[in-house]
Design a protein around this ligand. Structure first.
Ligand SMILES: [Zn+2]
Length: 238
């Protein structure tokens, strides 16, 4: 894999990982066969962001007009463009691997070989089946293989994969697998606990349920390590 070559030829204490290149490579012909990868069209990045915004705007305007709304109203006039910008520049900017945050690795100088857990990472994403938000907390853990990354990078990785139309299972796996690649270890665990507006604000209108998904790699598949992780994050009752 290209990733490994880059790393093995850069033996210094700080390494820049370009996961975006790796992900672009993975988005070849096979991507549709994998449930982990976000299903993308072959022409996904032929348009620039500005071209996408310009193209989405009239479509969103048409949806509002079909619903019967008067777009001449001052309050509504700017909505189609505002939504188009929000989709491309904010909510769904994680579809483009070019927006993958750079991951800087450091040598684990302290020889800290225990579990590192960052819990309660806030995330907001959107359900790909209804295009309404689901949001909650992500708990991320890994055991260093000799490399560590800055804690804020864990937040940024969660944020990056959240900025796509998502399903929670895939989001959890994408974060877990990306972290395994970056940290060069299988020993990664993710738990995500989220409230889905497509469940609470419509449909069955269940406002109290949350959904938990998990990813356990390497040592985290062993009962002892898994239980240690679960003890640290102890999910609280809402
Ligand atoms: Zn939904």
């Amino acid at each position: 894999m290209k990733q490994k070559e880059t790393l093995s030829t850069t033996p210094l204490k700080e390494e820049k990982i370009s996961l975006s290149n790796l992900l672009i490579e993975e988005m070849g012909d096979q991507h549709k066969a994998s449930s982990v990868d976000t299903p993308m069209r072959a022409d996904a990045f032929e348009k620039t962001d500005d071209e996408k915004i310009a193209a989405i705007e009239p479509h969103f305007r048409a949806i509002m007009e079909i619903l019967g709304m008067d777009l001449n109203d001052d309050s509504l006039r700017g909505t189609p463009l505002r939504v188009a910008k929000m989709y491309v520049k904010e909510l769904f900017q994680g579809l483009n691997p070019a927006n993958m945050p750079s991951m800087t690795l450091f040598e684990n100088k302290f020889q800290y070989n225990e579990m590192l857990v960052e819990k309660n990472i806030n995330f907001y994403t959107n359900c790909e089946h209804h295009f309404v938000p689901f949001f909650g907390n992500a708990h991320v853990a890994y055991i260093s293989s000799g490399k560590v990354i800055g804690l804020s990078k864990l937040n940024r990785l969660v944020e990056y994969f959240s900025k796509r139309p998502q399903v929670q299972e895939r989001l959890t796996m994408q974060i877990g697998k990306a972290l395994q690649t970056v940290l060069q270890t299988q020993d990664v665990a993710i738990m995500m606990d989220a409230k889905h507006l497509c469940v609470s604000s419509r449909g069955v209108k269940d406002d109290s349920s949350t959904t938990i998904t998990t990813f356990f790699g390497g040592k985290f598949q062993e009962e002892k390590t898994k239980m240690e992780f679960l003890k640290y994050i102890e999910i609280k009752e809402n």
